[in-house]
Write a protein that binds this ligand. Structure first.
Ligand code: 5AD
Length: 344
């Protein structure tokens, strides 16, 4: 197995059966070799520093009804909110003072955040913070709207494909949502010039190793600049309430595979990983991740942006907790990079 890991580290592609063995491997020695190779690749390219992105959860209103997600439109128990432009600019001001140079605006597909409202917000952030990157994570839109936001000054876009298997996609999403529309949105984002991120939940209901191999093949050929990988975590007010959470080990395996496959990619150690395990964030970094996204949202609304149960938003997962994060990173010999951290 180690020889296959070396091949991956040399930029070679692995056959399906080897990927399958890696994805199901639970030999501690081999996994630690995989993580070590991925970590070394990361250290060579980025050094021992981790980029920080300030996450602003702009709205939990959503027209979609994804079966896994706590803010799906059918969840009537959610207290819905939408930040105003002023709220968002306040978050940016707080974040800027803390040292953040990337703001990530994430939210549900909220019709009230129309393209003109969003353009106004992006334009204001762009004017006030010319030295900062603006990342959007607001779901599917028309190519024209993506272009408008890019022209207004947004630089990056996160849109996980969730699964590259069409049947599996329709097991996770209602009929109105289409796999091909998701993939076409990603292609449009890329063509417009966004640094584009995609990714999956690990262990989502119905996911098989074959599906994960399809995801790896897609990411291998699409070559996104960012890859978001987190474990699926059930939310009690969704149809998947009684499903099992995804495996931390398999999440770490995938982070390492993507680090070796796309050495320059920006790979976050995700909130879901940190939520599922006390040392999840550190383990993600030690497996090759190089980004963390602390929460910059107003503290009173964080509980309402509940995509899954027990989602971390405090402590080192929060922007105010930067000192804690710094301490945690220091314990594993890493530091925070305060630079914009664009893809090169
Ligand atoms: N568990 C883990 N991740 C989730 N997401 C949504 N719901 C869940 C869940 N229950 C992820 C999706 C989405 C991102 C914003 O959050 O992958 O793309």
């Amino acid at each position: 197995m180690k020889k296959w890991i070396d091949r991956l580290a040399q930029g070679k592609s692995l056959d399906d059966n080897i990927l399958s063995d890696l994805l199901t491997c639970n030999d501690a020695d081999i996994l630690s070799y995989l993580h070590q190779q991925a970590r070394e690749t990361s250290l060579t390219i980025f050094g021992n520093s981790v980029y920080i992105r300030g996450l602003i959860e702009v709205s939990n209103c959503c027209r979609n009804d994804c079966y896994y997600c706590g803010i799906r439109k059918s969840n009537t128990l959610v207290e819905r909110y939408r930040l105003t432009k002023e709220d968002i600019l306040d978050c940016c001001a707080t974040g800027y003072n803390l040292g953040f140079r990337t703001f990530v605006l994430q939210g549900g597909e909220d019709r009230a955040l129309s393209i003109s409202v969003l353009t106004d917000i992006v334009t204001s952030i762009r004017n006030q913070y010319p030295d900062c990157a603006i990342t959007l994570s607001l779901g599917e839109m028309s190519r024209h709207d993506y272009q408008t936001l890019y022209d207004a000054g947004a630089n990056r876009y996160l849109l996980r494909h969730e699964t590259y298997d069409e049947k599996h996609y329709s097991l996770l999403h209602p009929y109105e949502m289409s796999f091909s529309h998701r993939i076409n949105s990603l292609k449009a984002l890329r063509e417009i010039g966004f640094q584009t991120g995609t990714g999956i939940m690990v262990g989502s209901p119905g996911q098989t190793v074959e599906h994960l191999i399809q995801d790896i093949r897609f990411i291998e050929s699409f070559k996104p600049q960012m890859v978001g990988i987190g474990p699926f975590i059930p939310h009690s007010q969704t149809p998947f309430a009684s499903e099992q959470p995804g495996s931390i080990e398999q999440t770490l395996t995938l982070i390492s595979i993507f680090r070796l496959m796309l050495p320059h990619a920006l790979i976050p150690s995700t909130t879901a990983l940190a939520s599922l395990s006390k040392d999840g964030r550190e383990r993600g970094i030690l497996a090759g991740a190089n980004v963390v996204m602390p929460n910059l949202s107003p503290t009173n609304i964080r509980k309402n942006y509940s995509l899954y149960n027990n989602k971390a938003s405090l402590g080192a997962e929060s922007a105010e907790g930067l000192k804690l994060l710094k301490d945690q990173l220091q314990r594993i010999d890493y530091t925070i990079s305060y630079s914009r951290g664009d893809f090169h």
